[in-house]
Design a protein around this ligand. Structure first.
Ligand code: COS
Length: 385
């Protein structure tokens, strides 16, 4: 399918693919087995200017948007979802600054992010606040010209590796979600430490840690937006970034599909390559159709976001939901096409299937995406009446 990419977009796609093939594929199995953070690859992405894609030119970026980010994420995801999660979570952590930062905050933080000199992480989730993001307990108490943070954030991607953290905490506990505010916290701040690195089923090249705040003092000017806006900052951030999770789904599914086709062409059973059997052909046909439908939805949603549309919540949730459920179906069936070989670590598809599972969970489970879509449908129906 031709998605009518501009010359520049084709270049971004080809550059990301070249890095994926030359730098990521050769090391992905080792990174997975050793649970090693992909610093070398992050340095290659930085020197190739891929961290600045969605950051305005005045802050050292390329002034492109969600679409260009999505195509880069897709290509990296076809090679390794652990690597692409590290890269995409950097964008997730950056959106609060991009969407709600003052010109001074943008000037201070975005150039380092655009150059890939500093990684970013987003801190919302807590032990008792996953799907129920409004239930966070971490507090930020105003004290003179500082805020004092106390609490623990859980399962934070890029935790420990990032230099910059965008964190949601309660400035008014009595108001619950409406008393939440968003902050920038820098690594090294007194009272800010990290929990152990989590051991995960998949995306094992990515780092996942707790962020621990114990009387962590940060300057007042590190608030993003106003006090009480934190929940909206988090929701708008997720509206922008969920389409990127959809792009991860398209990428990993394409990667698994390509492996399945390659295998089916060479594997001979009953005297023929198995790609000649209709049972296999129908599975491949369904997988290819599924991937293309998800890609069309993800690309269109990213373009919709880049158009400056005001309300992208439903579209972004739909793209995340469809593309990531698709990724689980396609990686599972790619493994099935390969039979016992697919189950072996010698081939990359078992890792792709393990990795894909997280896409249905992070940045809001797919059950939460359905809630978000339904709430928006109800709102639209009420408006139309
Ligand atoms: N944009 C702007 N405003 C939004 C919004 C959005 N996308 N989503 C919600 N809001 C507003 C609502 O309009 C409401 O405003 P009022 O208080 O003025 O009425 C307020 O925020 C609270 O919204 P709601 O009542 O829908 O909140 P809930 O507590 O019911 O939670 C969900 C909403 C479930 C959607 C939210 O908690 C969520 O996204 N959970 C998943 C969290 C997640 O993705 N975690 C992953 C962490 S990052 S890996």
């Amino acid at each position: 399918m031709d998605y009518f990419l501009s010359e520049e977009q084709v270049m971004i796609k080809e550059l990301a693919r070249q890095i994926a093939v030359e730098k990521v594929v050769p090391v992905r199995q080792e990174l997975d087995e050793k649970e090693e953070f992909p610093w070398d690859i992050m340095r290659v992405l930085a020197s190739s200017d891929l961290f600045g894609l969605f950051i305005p030119e005045e802050f050292g970026g390329f002034g492109k948007g969600s679409f260009e980010l999505a195509i880069a994420v897709e290509e990296l995801s076809a090679a390794c979802l652990g690597v692409s999660t590290t890269y995409a979570a950097n964008a997730l952590g950056t959106y609060p600054i991009l969407l709600f930062g003052t010109p001074e905050q943008k000037k201070r933080y975005l150039p380092d992010i655009a150059a890939g000199r500093k990684l970013v992480a987003f801190g919302l989730t807590e032990a008792n606040a996953g799907s129920d993001a409004g239930g966070i307990q971490t507090t930020a108490r105003p004290e003179g010209d500082h805020y004092v943070l106390n609490g623990t954030k859980q399962w934070i991607t890029n935790g420990g590796e990032a230099e910059i953290y965008t964190v949601i905490a309660l400035t008014d506990k009595a108001k619950g979600a409406r008393g939440a505010s968003a902050f920038i916290v820098e690594k090294g701040a007194a009272g800010f430490s990290f929990g152990k690195k989590e051991k995960k089923m998949g995306i094992r090249a990515s780092a996942t840690r707790e962020l621990v705040f114990e009387d962590c003092r940060i300057p007042r000017e590190n608030i993003l937006g106003r006090e009480g806006m934190g929940f909206i900052v988090a929701m708008k951030t997720l509206d922008s970034s969920r389409v990127g999770v959809g792009a991860q789904g398209v990428g990993v599914a394409q990667g698994a599909f390509d492996e399945a086709v390659k295998f089916a062409r060479s594997r001979v059973q009953f005297g023929h390559p198995i790609i000649g059997f209709q049972a296999i052909q129908h599975m491949l046909a369904d997988m290819a159709t599924d991937i293309e439908a998800a890609r069309a939805l993800v690309y269109q949603t990213a373009r919709f976001i880049d158009s400056g549309a005001k309300d992208v919540t439903k579209a972004s949730a739909m793209a995340k939901l469809f593309a990531t459920d698709m990724a689980m179906r396609v990686t599972t069936n790619a493994l099935q096409v390969m039979g016992g070989s697919g189950y072996m670590r010698e081939y990359p598809v078992e890792k792709m299937m393990r990795d894909a599972k997280i896409l249905q969970i992070y940045e809001g489970t797919n059950q939460i995406q359905r809630n978000v879509i339904a709430q928006n449908l109800i709102k639209e129906a009420a408006k139309a009446k």
